[in-house]
Design a protein around this ligand. Structure first.
Ligand SMILES: *Cc1c(COP(=O)(O)O)cnc(C)c1O
Length: 392
């Protein structure tokens, strides 16, 4: 099918929840994507942080097709090896106690919110269900995760929203204390705010927040939907911050391209969910879990150290270009934000770059780069060359 044919079907039959770039993706290899017209693009997006091993990775394809040929799905009423092995890998590499699987980031955060409220209910009874989140956060698109998201633009249209969220400023303990109260059961944060603009939390704030949580028996919930699965240069970002969360949600890059997510619980929360208190038909699906197993195997120390090096290389090269429209870079590992200077529009810049063969994301007022973790030096250099030529 041609781009025009696909676009016509999309316009007529698909709800317009996204304004798309004028590209119809057809296939990819590593960090390069080809459209239906045969044009190549260097991908600095990974499908919004999903395709951590890039496109058509041979081992990944093998793991997925092997499992699809054996058992594509069986309900959670039965045991199956793929989810059990994935849970083992996640726990042994993070020190968390156990896992509940889900299918998306929002759903994983919903599970984490339910876990926190039930932990508190079991111990203290009703009236202690409030969760503090941060301004500029993003936690998902369900009614509850929209309510958890600390951005007013998301609190529209869909009233009534779920109660029980209060918002504090990032890197500001006074602001956290201001919204504290006897009704609080947890604090939920992204360690690097993704959609909000790639804003890493300061170490000192995170350390003090973790201390306060421990003191008040508030659960420390870390949304690692975007920062997880090696994106920041450690398997999970919390491992770089030296904290021990009570629960960690994940999704996006964990299965390298298939819908998969979940929440890991620490020792204190391992038995909060009991049969019947939470569930999902697809959670832990064998094919998605086999993909996650393979991704986790590949995310060894060597690949993680390459993530840190590549992230640094990209940031140094971009800052050295000294482009009129771009400012400083920020981020952690290969989760990179680039400041867009006043007078320039990030969405217009992204559209221009796409036109010239480089896929990038926006976040807040800036550009956001989430390249596949396996991107080669050649692909990075080609992408950087397009960036420099187009934006100069
Ligand atoms: C993308 C994202 C979500 C939502 O994930 P979905 O899979 O789109 O539901 C939640 N939290 C963070 C930090 C995210 O980046």
């Amino acid at each position: 099918m041609t781009f025009e044919e696909i676009k016509a079907l999309d316009e007529q039959y698909v709800m317009h929840t996204y304004s798309r770039f004028p590209v119809a993706a057809d296939h990819g290899k590593n960090a390069t994507v080809w459209d239906t017209e045969g044009r190549a693009y260097i991908d600095f997006t990974s499908g919004i942080g999903v395709c951590s091993l890039g496109y058509a990775d041979e081992g990944w394809v093998q793991a997925v097709t092997d499992q699809a040929g054996k058992l594509a799905h069986i309900s959670n009423l039965y045991y199956a090896a793929p989810y059990a092995l994935t849970a083992q890998k996640l726990c042994t590499r993070t020190g968390m106690a156990n896992v509940m699987f889900a299918n998306s980031g929002a759903e994983s955060n919903e599970a984490m919110i339910k876990l926190a409220r039930k932990y508190s209910f079991d111990k203290y009874g009703k009236g202690r269900g409030t969760i503090i989140t941060l301004n500029k956060s993003f936690h998902g698109r369900t009614i509850t995760t929209l309510a958890a998201t600390g951005q007013e633009v998301f609190h529209n249209y869909f009233f009534p929203f779920t109660e029980g969220f209060r918002y504090a400023n990032a890197n500001d303990m006074d602001s956290v204390e201001e919204v504290a109260g006897h009704d609080v059961c947890a604090v939920m944060v992204e360690l690097v705010q993704g959609e909000g603009g790639v804003l890493p939390l300061e170490q000192d704030f995170v350390t003090r927040l973790a201390d306060l949580c421990a003191k008040r028996d508030w659960l420390l919930l870390v949304d690692e939907v975007q920062t997880g699965a090696g994106r920041t240069g450690s398997l999970f970002a919390f491992q770089q911050y030296g904290i021990t969360p009570d629960a960690v949600s994940f999704a996006k890059g964990v299965a390298g391209g298939l819908p998969f997510g979940g929440v890991m619980a620490g020792e204190k929360c391992r038995d909060v969910f009991t049969p019947g208190t939470h569930g999902t038909t697809f959670g832990g699906n064998p094919v998605a879990a086999a993909a996650a197993n393979y991704v986790l195997e590949r995310l060894d120390d060597e690949l993680l150290s390459q993530v840190r090096e590549k992230g640094q290389y990209l940031r140094e090269r971009i800052e050295a270009m000294d482009l009129p429209c771009l400012g400083k870079t920020r981020g952690l590992g290969m989760m990179i934000g680039v400041e867009v200077k006043a007078g320039f529009n990030n969405k217009e810049l992204a559209a221009k770059l796409t036109e010239h063969g480089l896929l990038v994301l926006t976040a807040g007022q800036g550009l956001r780069l989430l390249p596949p973790l396996v991107i080669t030096k050649e692909e990075m250099d080609k992408g950087l060359e397009i960036l420099e030529k187009t934006l100069a």
